[in-house]
Design a protein around this ligand. Structure first.
Ligand code: LLP
Length: 432
């Protein structure tokens, strides 16, 4: 089992999540089931809020990257715990507004926002729009002008940093679809353009270098490049940025070997480096925003499945086929991401088998993992896959017209649904 305090084995030998028996949850809500330890989510949110308040300039705060897990309940938790919110589509913005999240605490992202997206964000009163480039700045300026709004904007820049994470989440290098590169001189030119637009107010800059970053190093480099850029911008234009958004990317441990990243320590290191660099440039320290997603919700999530059948191919592998798969967790099929799993019925038993956890979709690549260490699996067992709180529900699909699972949240030892299970009627809902 992963070294997580909220995961224990109870007197019946079952896995307990935040003290609640996993088999009881599976019986009550059915499987597949996403379980979310709400107490842990809130504690993680509070930790980021506290660390950023303590170690970063006045006005600094974390904004929950809702792409990691977006539903109304999560938006409410973020608001109650004092976080801002990062949304990346009109759908995420709609969800936040429907949960009464204060629009002024929302930053709207995206590298290909439509006219409708921008109109919705500006008229919805979002605090910031992160503009991805010059064309978009002009579009925001035009739409804000038509709505009679002066829209606060952050310009997304790319610093030319490679945090050496996996390619699909590596966003800081120059040749990438996001943002305007600093090293090519384009970021400075676009900043000059932004300062000339009437209906936008350039509040500062945004940068996200990637995900699953375990060490402070890449973030410190990000601070170095961005503060040098801020100083250059000031020298060329006289503009001083009040806000610097450093993006998300704090890693989580998916397997025992991963080690647990010290996010408060990383934030402290970022604060120290920022103070140092701002001192060197005699630059007024900007308020820092950061956008943790995975770091907030991943470890709080466990997915429960029921084993439908077990087969061992002579000379081959042992398969346990479950009632979910790439529809509710596409991360192994997409990225080869490895997970820790266990048989919840016999959680204390030794893991004697290397199991291919197969999903129910009609393709052989639908796997949750290969060679996963597991107790001997039997048909009817409840298998728990750990650390599935981020980018599982939010990336789920109805492939093969399989309804998506519900999310049960645990708080103070009690469970409740925060997203209901989809029905067969739901999966055909849009058919005419
Ligand atoms: N801010 C921006 C602008 C981002 O693009 C992202 C993630 C975040 C914040 C949050 O990053 P986090 O703290 O969660 O690492 N589907 C992939 C992850 C894609 C992340 C994209 N952007 C996965 O399943 O690993």
């Amino acid at each position: 089992m992963l070294n997580q305090q909220n995961l224990t084995v109870n007197a019946a030998g079952h896995l307990a999540i935040a003290g609640v028996d996993a088999l009881e949850l599976a019986g009550r809500y059915g499987t597949p089931l996403y379980v979310l330890d709400e107490d842990m989510v809130r504690a993680r949110m509070a930790l980021y809020v506290r660390a950023m308040k303590e170690h970063l300039p006045a006005g600094s705060r974390p904004c929950y990257a809702s792409k990691a897990l977006c539903c109304k309940a999560l938006c409410r938790m973020a608001q109650e715990e004092g976080m801002g919110l990062d949304v990346v589509s009109s759908g995420e913005l709609y969800t936040a507004l429907a949960a009464d999240f204060p629009p002024e605490d929302i930053c709207f992202h995206g590298n290909a926002k439509t006219e409708e997206d921008i109109h919705y964000a500006v008229s919805g009163g979002v605090g910031f729009i992160a503009a991805d480039g010059e064309e978009e700045l002009e579009r925001i300026d035009r739409i804000a002008g038509a709505l009679g709004v002066k829209q606060k904007v952050l310009l997304r820049v790319t610093p030319g940093i490679d945090p050496h994470t996996f390619a699909a989440v590596n966003t800081g290098v120059v040749d990438v679809k996001f943002g305007v590169p600093i090293p090519t001189g384009q970021a400075l030119a676009v900043t000059e353009r932004a300062l000339g637009l009437q209906n936008i107010c350039l509040a500062g800059f945004h940068c996200h270098i990637g995900s699953q970053i375990f060490e402070p190093g890449p973030f410190l480099l990000e601070v170095d490049v961005l503060t040098a850029f801020l100083a250059e911008v000031r020298e060329r234009t006289g503009y001083t940025a009040p806000v610097l958004n450093l993006g998300g990317g704090f890693a989580v441990a998916y397997e025992e070997a991963d080690g647990v990243p010290d996010c408060a320590g990383m934030i402290a290191a970022i604060g120290e480096r920022l103070t140092q660099r701002c001192g060197e440039y005699t630059y007024p320290a900007p308020a820092v925003l950061m956008e943790p997603g995975r770091g907030i919700v991943a470890a709080a999530g466990v997915t429960l499945y029921t084993v439908q059948n077990v087969k061992t191919v002579p000379g081959g592998r042992c398969y346990a086929a479950v009632d979910g798969g790439m529809g509710d967790n596409p991360r192994y099929a997409l990225y080869g991401s490895r997970y820790t799993a266990l048989v919840a019925d016999r959680a204390a038993e030794e893991k004697t088998h290397a199991v291919t956890l197969a999903g129910r979709c009609c393709e052989s690549g639908d796997l949750i993992g290969e060679g996963v260490p597991l107790q001997e699996p039997h048909t009817g067992d409840t298998v728990a896959v750990l650390v599935t709180g981020a980018y599982n529900y939010s990336m789920a699909s109805n492939y093969n017209r399989v309804p998506r699972p519900p999310i049960a949240a645990l708080r103070g030892g009690e469970s409740r649904l925060i997203v209901r299970r989809e029905t067969l009627r739901d999966v055909a809902m849009f058919d005419l």
